[in-house]
Design a protein around this ligand. Structure first.
Ligand SMILES: Cc1cc2nc3c(=O)[nH]c(=O)nc-3n(C[C@H](O)[C@H](O)[C@H](O)COP(=O)(O)O)c2cc1C
Length: 192
């Protein structure tokens, strides 16, 4: 799949078929996260793949998002911010840890899309209780959860606003890349 197509066709899917995804595709998607840029090349991520049905059901309850329980697999992105905090201090270290998790997650999402699997970024969940359930050591944060399945729905078209609304040139609110200067004198034919 072309990169542009994967970027544009990726959507959050919240209904999954009973078909089981190929776990090798999921591992490949997780592996792609390792290639994301990391501040100072300090790698802060860990990953967990869960296929235990009971655990997935408990996590759906602990996230108050029932659709998660339909997924055959769940991937967790974990971070250890102490590593970037040691390298860059509290404020930048914490920020970099979150930013590089986001970059790694996008690699993962695009590989999931390329494999024609579906997922939804889950950011709302009871982190403390899920950490207990999965025996995740205290120092790790759960950045996000990803139920993985075969799409069982077609999402509504998204309402993307045009780039012009968010793009500035040189100064905030300047929407034009270059001042267009009309030539002096008589305009050539077709020039307004
Ligand atoms: C940081 C973050 C947290 C999110 N948390 C949730 C969530 O807990 N539950 C959910 O259903 N979707 C969640 N989403 C998915 C967004 O709702 C979704 O990406 C957005 O509506 C755009 O739709 P699209 O992914 O189909 O383009 C989250 C997305 C991000 C980036």
């Amino acid at each position: 799949m072309q990169l542009d197509k994967a970027i544009k066709s990726r959507r959050s899917i919240r209904k999954y078929k009973s078909l089981s995804p190929n776990w090798k595709d999921i591992l490949e998607a997780i592996d792609s996260a390792r290639y994301a840029p990391m501040a100072g090349n300090v790698f802060t991520l860990n990953f967990m793949l869960v296929d235990d049905k009971e655990k997935i059901e408990k996590i759906a309850v602990l996230s108050s998002q029932q659709f998660i329980s339909e997924a055959k697999y769940l991937v967790l992105f974990l971070t250890d911010p102490s590593r970037t905090i040691n390298a860059f201090g509290e404020v930048d270290g914490d920020k970099f840890c979150k930013q590089q998790a986001g970059a790694a997650i996008q690699n993962f999402l695009l590989k999931i899309e390329e494999s024609e699997l579906s997922t939804c970024w889950i950011g709302l969940f009871n982190e403390r209780k899920i950490k207990q359930l999965l025996k995740i050591p205290e120092k790790y944060n759960i950045e996000a959860l990803f139920p993985i399945g075969v799409a069982g729905e077609i999402p509504k078209d998204r309402n993307l606003r045009e780039l012009d609304n968010f793009l500035h040139f040189n100064t905030f609110s300047n929407r034009r890349m270059k001042e267009i200067k009309k030539p002096e004198g008589r305009y050539p034919e077709g020039f307004k």
